[in-house]
Design a protein around this ligand. Structure first.
Ligand code: UDP
Ligand code: GLC
Length: 395
């Protein structure tokens, strides 16, 4: 590129990332890598304090604790009116983020709630705002009122929208978002923690969990929320004598606790004979994956992307996933995994049976999945995609 004024930027733009939660969901795992790549001139404004703040600091990212996010917890994805208290809190947080934004070139929001705050902050501080959209707007995930509010804010104030899948991008446009704003950047994941696993990890983890070494083990790694579909997996496993299910994930967000209680009560039923292992939120997912024969992703609503699918493939495990949202962009049925309809326990059970019966096919799927994950979902490709958008906006 020559003769263009913007072609000579050498150092990365100074980015102020913004997130509303400090719990570690997939969106936060992904932003951890992105914020780390920009830590030299970047920082993150968090509207809540918690494990994400500590994880960012451990990676050398400066965290600005804005606070006030507690008021946002009361705005449910499906609520219609946020309430006066929440609106006042948004105004307060926006002013605080605007003050923090002064030394930065742009704001980069990681969630709908933080985008809303960042859009207002960007208007006050006169800074461009990028929104990393990791949610399917609509399709049962959000109320119409919430979708209209963030779409209005995006069309008004977003310099760009980075969508974590084509499906996420399409839902944004279908909801009225301006198509020219959107760039798809798939998640990318560093394979090294998976490659570093010792060969006897499977045996070791099973011994720890009290799972027989020769059992058939199905793993599920998602936060505990009804739309993640763990209950469908329990239905399927109920019809599979001898099969163990390892269910990792916590109830991260308010309102998810009753679902966790329900799953735990079901897991303890005598009919399961101790075959359901509820592990809670774990920070050793790679080694737990190594203890599984197959990994299930059971979301009953459209999954925007599903990092755990890539992680399972990196761990060399075959995946069975529900075919909705961004999942078919990650897993090709019969090629790199098996896709089943969402919310269909008999179909899920049948797919698991078939893989269990045909170990050669399962191994071939896992092998192709692993190669595919490394090639298509590398961390470096994700970072380059994000960097391109940031450079264009800063220019
Ligand atoms: N995860 C974790 N501990 C658990 C369960 C899940 O660290 O007990 C991680 C998992 O490895 C993945 C992320 O949480 O990186 C979940 O991301 P995903 O995109 O699959 O779903 P999300 O929760 O963001 O919708
Ligand atoms: C969100 C989505 C998930 C995606 C993650 C990272 O949490 O629910 O599907 O993988 O963001 O982009």
């Amino acid at each position: 590129m020559s003769g263009r004024i913007h072609a000579t930027r050498t150092s990365a733009p100074a980015v102020l990332f913004v997130d509303h939660t400090a719990m570690m969901g997939g969106a936060q795992h992904s932003l951890l890598d992105i914020a780390e790549a920009h830590r030299e001139r970047g920082a993150i404004a968090l509207l809540e304090d918690g494990p994400f703040a500590a994880a960012l600091e451990a990676r050398g990212v400066r965290v600005i604790r804005v606070g006030g996010g507690g008021a946002l917890r009361r705005i449910k994805k499906t609520s219609v009116f946020p309430g006066i208290g929440a609106l006042a809190a948004v105004a307060r947080m926006s002013r605080a983020v605007a003050r923090a934004a002064r030394p930065f070139d742009l704001l980069y929001a990681n969630s709908p709630k933080s985008f809303f705050v960042a859009a207002l902050a960007g208007a006050i501080a006169r800074k461009p705002v990028v929104w990393h959209l990791r949610d399917i707007l609509g399709q049962g995930h959000f109320s119409g009122a919430n979708v209209r509010a963030v779409i209005f804010a995006a069309n008004w104030r977003a310099a760009r929208v980075v969508a974590n899948s084509r499906a996420t991008a399409d839902a944004f446009v279908a909801a009225g978002g301006r198509p020219s704003l959107v760039t798809v950047v798939h998640n990318g994941i560093d394979p090294s923690p998976f490659d570093a696993l010792a060969p006897d990890t499977c045996r070791e983890v099973r011994a720890e969990l009290g799972i027989p070494a020769d059992a058939y083990v199905v793993g599920c790694f998602s936060r505990l929320h009804p739309w993640k579909g763990q209950s469908v997996l329990l239905d399927a496993v109920a019809r599979m004598p001898g099969v163990h299910a390892l269910i990792a994930g916590g109830a991260l967000f308010s309102g998810e606790a009753p679902y966790e209680a329900e799953l735990r009560a079901r897991a303890a039923l005598p009919s399961y004979a101790g075959r359901i292992h509820m592990l809670g939120a774990r920070d050793d997912v790679p080694r737990l994956l190594a203890a599984c024969d197959v990994v299930v992703h059971a979301s009953v609503l459209a999954e925007p992307f599903g990092r755990v699918l890539v992680e399972a493939m990196l761990a060399g495990r075959p995946v069975v996933a529900t075919s909705a949202g961004g999942v078919p962009e990650v897993v090709t049925d019969g090629e790199t995994g098996v896709l089943v309809p969402p919310g269909d326990a008999p179909a899920l059970g049948e797919a698991l049976h078939a893989l269990r019966r045909d170990a050669t096919r399962a191994a071939a799927l896992a092998r192709r999945g692993s190669a595919h994950a490394r090639q298509r979902f590398s961390r470096s490709a994700m970072l380059a995609g994000v960097r391109r958008v940031i450079d264009e906006v800063a220019a």
